[in-house]
Design a protein around this ligand. Structure first.
Ligand SMILES: Cc1ncc(C[n+]2csc(CCO)c2C)c(N)n1
Length: 232
């Protein structure tokens, strides 16, 4: 009979994949996001134009670094299959999603300067920097960790059981921001990202795992700050 120590992980951790361990490690910030006032107000259509405008103007400044991060994930993936999935997603978001922002900017009367070169707020700058840092690391786990937050947290607020029974809000600026993140394509992409974290997590050494975890946690904190700051 062996007397060797069996495990250093708690029973709970041992039963969870890496993706779920990461999410649970930031449970408080994660929940603060998906239960945010912004989420409640976009679902019931009461979101003020001023708040939505601040949000969308800053959010539009994400896509550039986000696509670069996808590129870094494609470059650093260990095998061919994830490169294909990530490339297909990159193709989708660089074609379809742009029109939502432009149509909303038209309705909200956002002038060209605020669409193209707005003054960046601190959470936007820090998020851009985090995406840049993850991309520059050319480390697949780091890249996927940040992508899994940017996508997974958006799926979790837009697709949550508590909101499922609600009719969509009347205005497209509200309704489409929900449906862009609550649809089968997006659901399956997020499930794939989480499965990738579960696949690569166990291959990481202690330091690499801690590094990917730190990227994930910083991204979740920034998501929360981003929601908060459009009301400040
Ligand atoms: C602060 C912030 N965090 C995450 C997302 C979600 N998101 C960013 S890029 C992208 C891919 C295209 O849909 C998605 C889903 C966001 N919009 N804003």
């Amino acid at each position: 009979m062996s007397t060797a120590p069996v495990a250093t992980l708690s029973a709970t951790d041992a039963n969870l994949g890496f993706a779920e361990q990461l999410r649970q490690s930031c449970w408080e910030d994660w929940n603060a996001c998906i239960q945010h006032r912004f989420v409640d107000e976009i679902f019931d259509g009461s979101l003020s134009d001023e708040v939505l405008r601040r949000y969308l103007v800053q959010d539009y400044q994400f896509i550039n670094r986000f696509v670069a991060l996808l590129g870094a994930a494609i470059a650093s993936a260990d095998v061919f299959a994830p490169r294909v999935t990530l490339s297909q997603f990159a193709a989708m978001i660089t074609s379809d999603e742009n029109t939502y922002f432009l149509r909303s900017f038209d309705v909200l009367g956002v002038p060209p300067a605020d669409r193209l070169q707005p003054a960046l707020t601190a959470p936007t700058q820090t998020f851009q920097q985090l995406m840049h840092e993850a991309a520059q690391s050319l480390n697949y786990a780091n890249c996927i960790a940040v992508l899994a937050v940017a996508e997974g947290l958006y799926l979790d607020w837009a697709d949550q059981p508590a909101k499922k029974h609600l009719p969509l809000p009347a205005r497209f600026e509200h309704a489409e921001w929900i449906t862009l993140h609550a649809n089968d394509f997006f659901r399956s992409f997020v499930a794939w990202l989480r499965a990738e974290l579960d696949r690569v997590g166990p291959t990481l050494g202690r330091e690499a795992r801690a590094e990917a975890t730190h990227y994930f946690q910083r991204a979740v904190q920034l998501e929360r700050q981003f929601f908060d700051h459009v009301y400040a």
